[in-house]
Design a protein around this ligand. Sequence first.
Ligand SMILES: [Zn+2]
Length: 58
Amino acid sequence: MPVCASCKEEVDDVLTVKVKGRNKKLCEDCADLVREEAEIAEASEEAVRDMMGYKGRW
Ligand SMILES: [Zn+2]
């Protein structure tokens, strides 16, 4: 049985998820978490970029 790289649980199916450029084999739960985290990180990066953009315009 494949083992999740994050929670070390044995699962029927692991999903390959790209985390910071590396492929990780995760169970569905961990894959969801990682995707959420990536989205949050992306959103905050965008927010920072927006702020810098506004500063540049001033
Ligand atoms: Zn897991």
